[in-house]
Design a protein around this ligand. Structure first.
Ligand code: ARG
Length: 459
């Protein structure tokens, strides 16, 4: 196995140890970024006359060739090296000979690995943001298409008040928008160049870190070499933001699962996003939603894992930190796939509008409105609440729908009731009365759609 060290060792490393310490099995994912970083570093070494121009050119060309070969599929990273940095250097050595050894001047694997991770994460954050936007666009599209459909809104999973289906969907739009903002904010902290911190204390060579930052498109240069090589906050923060995205996806999945059950029957998922049962021929299962809900657990686990890896490390680099990569890579893959699948599932879903609205019949979800009616006539809310509670009890006893009571029946409970009470209790009346900013009336949901459209334009 290739090693970047060995001079001070008398004995060969045990194969068990090499296998244990090696990270090539997973950090090969960073190869592209490792080479990009090395090219920028070599350019800087040349510019600052730390290595000779012709030597630097050999290194830069060699690295560029390796990158091309990888991109065209002619070269793949094997598992014969300790890590991705060692692999790249050994490839370079094979291509251009011993001059390859000059590349590692004024840097260490400690600043190199966190550079690779930052380059990787910057790219992946952009991809995830785009996927979030795609999902938000679909949520908005479906909200616009079905504007006007009324469904029960829930608290405690019990019918609470009628709401617009679009209002409910837009709630997720705004949740995902916060996720997007969190990633935008995180990006600022990922977008910092650590290279040039070397092992931990900086370097005695006259390097130009600003030059490298510009080459690699970083907005900032890290101000403290000790912090730079020991910092994994940006990965923990990413995992935390990812956990929140999964939380939102998982809640939406849960609702999709409920809504497509026989009991709710509010939606039917498209065949293309379901699977069947090997034994029960009638089954069509909401697997995509279940898997998103299930995978949420593992993303939470990754966040906990890295918090624990980092929690008691003395400054600066410790090999424990190698454990940061698998949770990060897995989280990126899970998030990207889950967002894509959710977008596909929502864009093909069949909405059973009548079932949604029919489920409101006789469910007493209009009683808050009835209490408010009394309050508007001068009765204290507490008193109104009690009166309406008695009306509910009466309806349950008599097996009646509250919206079917006549004025006389209402008057039996309080003389304040007038015939205008008969025109406030339909689901549409109740929905449209909720006209406060952010509320569920058609007017306010239309405004909310406009706001969502504007949000999408600006992000
Ligand atoms: N494979 C290591 C990691 O992922 C790279 C840094 C190694 N540095 C060291 N001093 N051994 O963390």
């Amino acid at each position: 196995m290739d090693k970047l060290w060995g001079g001070r060792f008398k004995k060969e490393i045990s194969s068990i140890m090499l296998d244990f310490v090696a990270s090539i099995g997973f950090d090969k994912k960073l190869v592209k970024y490792d080479i990009q970083g090395s090219i920028a570093h070599a350019k800087m070494l040349k510019k600052c006359q730390i290595i000779a121009e012709d030597e630097a050119n050999k290194i830069i060309n060699g690295l560029s060739n390796i990158l091309e070969e990888i991109n065209s599929g002619n070269l793949t990273v094997d598992d014969q090296s300790e890590d991705v940095h060692t692999w790249v250097e050994s490839q370079l050595m094979a291509k251009i000979g011993n001059v390859a050894g000059k590349l590692h001047t004024a840097r260490s694997r400690n600043d190199q690995i966190t550079l690779d991770e930052r380059l990787y994460l910057k790219e992946e954050i952009n991809i995830i943001q785009q996927k979030l936007k795609d999902l938000m666009e679909i949520l908005l599209m479906v909200s616009k298409k079905y504007l006007g459909i009324i469904m029960p809104g829930y608290t405690h999973l019990q019918h609470a008040q009628p709401i617009l289906f679009s209002h409910h969907l837009l709630a997720y739009f705004f949740k995902f928008n916060r996720d997007l903002e969190r990633l935008q904010d995180l990006f600022k902290r990922v977008d910092v160049l650590p290279l040039g911190s070397a092992a931990l204390g900086g370097t005695s060579y006259p390097i130009d870190r600003q030059f490298v930052a510009i080459e690699l498109n970083f907005s900032k240069v890290s101000p403290n070499s000790i912090d730079a090589v020991s910092d994994r906050d940006f990965i923990i923060e990413f995992l935390s933001d990812a956990a929140m995205i999964m939380l939102h996806l998982s809640c939406l999945s849960e609702e999709i699962i409920l809504w497509s059950s026989n009991e709710f029957d509010f939606i039917e998922l498209d065949d293309s996003f379901c699977t069947g049962s090997s034994i029960m021929p009638q089954k069509k299962n909401p697997d995509a939603a279940e898997l998103i809900r299930g995978k949420t657990g593992r993303v939470y686990g990754h966040l906990m894992a890295l918090l624990n890896v980092m929690k008691a490390l003395p400054l600066t680099y410790n090999h424990d930190m190698q454990e940061d990569k698998e949770p990060m890579f897995d989280t990126v893959e899970v998030i990207k796939k889950s967002l894509t699948v959710m977008t596909g599932m929502i864009s093909t879903v069949h909405i059973k509008q009548e079932n949604m609205t029919d489920s409101l019949k006789g469910d007493f979800s209009n009683t808050t409105e009835l209490a408010d009616y009394l309050v508007k006539k001068g009765i204290a809310f507490r008193e109104a609440h009690r009166i309406v509670g008695e009306i509910v009890l009466y309806c349950i006893d008599k097996k009646k729908n509250i919206e079917h009571l006549n004025l006389e029946e209402f008057k039996n409970f309080h003389s304040t009731f007038q015939d205008d009470v008969l025109s406030i209790l339909s689901p549409a009346d109740v929905v449209n009365s909720k006209n406060s900013y952010g509320g569920t009336s058609i007017e306010k949901v239309k405004e909310s759609i406009k706001e969502a459209e504007k949000t999408l334009e600006y992000i």
